[in-house]
Design a protein around this ligand. Structure first.
Ligand code: GLC
Length: 579
């Protein structure tokens, strides 16, 4: 066996860019509904999070990102905000938020909150005022109201579809009871899109950002950061089949994934509601709002934009700091695809001086412990459920997930970890229909399962009610019985557990500062092997079915047993090579 080093791919993080924490941070996503529930009502809350923060510090992450906890009717699990500057009673109070943030900061964890600027809830005062005033009012101009087509205006203004299924327009009943104008909602009908061409809207959001920055947050994850500006004239749009999110995809493909199908290098025509050039002016403005504060505050874009060279525009030096690398998340578990996406990611982000990010799971996609055992023949953007074709083999999924995580955490740049992946949690497939809550499920009449399967409350204690999620046993989505085996306390201190694997990898990552390292490829181990060195650590992932002979060295960590110097299928190892 020969091992040859290829010319180094220089990571931007390796250059002298100062101590900007976010360039190398591991950021843990907390989904408040499902993390920990102190009140026992079955929905997680902020005091529950505070009480459990120590375990995240022990895990070794650098920051937390909190999905929305703001005042909301919860039609889209809190991504339908009715008051951006208050906490929903379901989750607690502003004082609870302050306590959470203080504790996090004491533990050395930064705190990123979610901001949802593309749309509000229809319960937001702005929208309620808009529908209480006549067409043409200043209040209506906050949103995307339009007259309908046809003689009596009873056809929607254009043919756009909602990401969650069905038309993206809903017709109002005017205050006098007559059928009236239509409003645009790229998501649920309870989530009207704001009109970001309106300076009033921009002013409100500057104030909202300052409200949270004044409270001390370290940054924002920006929801639907590619959707806020729509093409002038709102032209009809028919998506190309097989396209993905940022390019030719329809709104209906907004949070969909098609592993192995989309070509991440292809610059496809842009839908008139995604990735319009006008969004960048907004982020330049926000950049200056953040820059006026001390302490290195950040913006992270949730922008489903492809290819990566286009996504890089979101993280130019005067815009956001990070963007989620969904192209990486969508990459199938094969050597060539992974090597290509890693190269493309590092170079695309480097071209604008930004770090690459890496992510495998979040609250919108099938958990990677299940997804990586699905096949390309089984598109899974709609979520998976009991009637889905080709359900994943749980053992294969977990095996691959651990290997994929060990590969991701060895890369330079910043990585995101979604709550529960450190426990190896799979997607919950057998949720009863009656329990489902994702608007996607309702808007498609059950045709698409949606995202509930990745949002089930996480297990802390094997033998406690609701596995320690709370003390009452209530849970807004039912937890599968077998989750006792995944509980944190069942894994803590247990050699070879997924929790111990993550803890070991994160400790090594921090010790060797892998986030700020430089990736250097190692070749010669075979097509299915992804191998590189980063800051003195050699990471080797075997995506194939045949064991691979390892170079001589000391095993620092491994996603599965390494026996007799050979690396089994679907396993990743971190080595210190022999001199
Ligand atoms: C983002 C969120 C998702 C939400 C949607 C609408 O994609 O991550 O959960 O449903 O925006 O706000």
């Amino acid at each position: 066996m020969t091992i040859a080093s290829e010319s180094a791919v220089v990571s931007p993080t390796a250059s002298a860019l100062g101590t900007e924490w976010w360039r190398s941070a591991v950021i843990y996503q907390i989904y408040p509904r499902s993390f920990a529930d102190l009140t026992g009502d079955g929905v997680g809350d902020l005091p529950g999070i505070t009480a459990r923060l120590d375990s995240l510090a022990a895990l070794g992450v650098d920051a937390i990102w909190l999905s929305p906890f703001y005042t909301s009717p919860q039609k889209d699990a809190g991504y339908d905000v009715a008051d951006y500057c208050d906490v929903d009673p379901l989750f607690g109070t502003l004082a609870d938020f302050d306590a959470l943030q203080n504790r996090a900061h004491e533990l050395g964890l930064r705190v990123i909150v979610d901001i949802v600027p593309n749309h509000t809830s229809d319960a937001h005062r702005w929208f309620q005022e808009a529908i209480a005033t006549p067409a043409g009012s200043a209040e209506r101009a906050r949103y995307m109201f339009r007259d309908g087509k046809g003689a009596s205006g009873d056809l929607p203004p254009n043919n756009w579809e909602s990401v969650f299924g069905g038309p993206a327009w809903t017709r109002l009943t005017e205050p006098d009871g007559t059928p009236g104008q239509w409003y645009l909602h790229l998501f649920d009908s309870s989530q009207p899109d704001l009109d970001w061409e309106n300076p009033w809207v921009r002013e409100q959001f500057r104030d909202i950002l300052r409200f949270w920055l004044d409270r001390g947050v370290d940054g924002f994850r920006v929801d639907v950061a590619h959707g806020m500006i729509k093409q002038a004239g709102l032209p009809d749009y028919t998506p190309t089949p097989g396209g993905s999110m940022g390019g030719s995809g329809s709104a209906a493909e907004g949070v969909s994934l098609e592993p192995g199908i989309s070509d991440h290098s292809e610059d496809q025509p842009t839908a008139p509601f995604w990735a319009q050039d006008g969004v960048h002016e907004i982020y330049r403005d926000w950049h200056t709002v953040l820059a006026a504060y001390d302490g290195d505050r950040v913006l992270c874009a949730e922008a489903w934009v492809e290819p990566l060279s286009k996504l890089a525009r979101w993280v130019r030096p005067d815009e956001m700091h990070q963007a989620f690398n969904f192209s990486y998340l969508e990459t199938p578990w094969t050597g060539p695809a992974l090597r290509r996406i890693i190269d493309d990611s590092i170079s695309a982000f480097a071209s604008v001086g930004a770090p690459s990010t890496w992510v495998l799971s979040n609250h919108d996609v099938v958990r990677h412990a299940s997804r990586l055992a699905l096949t390309a023949e089984n598109p899974q953007g709609a979520g998976i459920g009991p009637n889905s074709a080709g359900l994943p083999d749980p053992d294969l999924g977990l095996h691959r997930a651990r290997a994929a995580s060990a590969l991701m955490l060895g890369l330079p740049g910043s990585a995101y970890v979604y709550q529960g992946e450190e426990l190896g949690l799979p997607e919950v497939i057998h949720l009863p229909d009656a329990a489902r809550q994702d608007p996607t499920w309702f808007r498609t009449n059950g045709e698409r399962y949606g995202r509930d399967g990745c949002r089930v409350p996480i297990p802390w204690e094997a033998d406690a009610p609701a596995f320690g999620f709370n003390a009452t046993g209530e849970s807004w989505l039912p937890q599968p019985e077998e989750w006792a085996g995944y509980a944190r306390d069942a894994q803590l201190g247990v050699e070879g557990s997924t929790l111990e694997l993550y803890t070991a990898l994160l400790a090594l990552r921090r010790e060797s500062d892998l986030g700020m390292g430089t990736l250097e490829w190692i070749t010669g181990l075979g097509e299915s092997v992804v191998a590189f060195t980063n800051a003195g650590i050699t990471v080797i992932a075997n995506t194939g079915q045949v064991p691979v002979e390892l170079p001589l060295g000391t095993v620092l960590a491994s996603s599965g047993p390494v026996i007799g110097g050979s690396l089994p299928a679907d396993t990743t190892v971190w080595l210190k090579l022999a001199e």
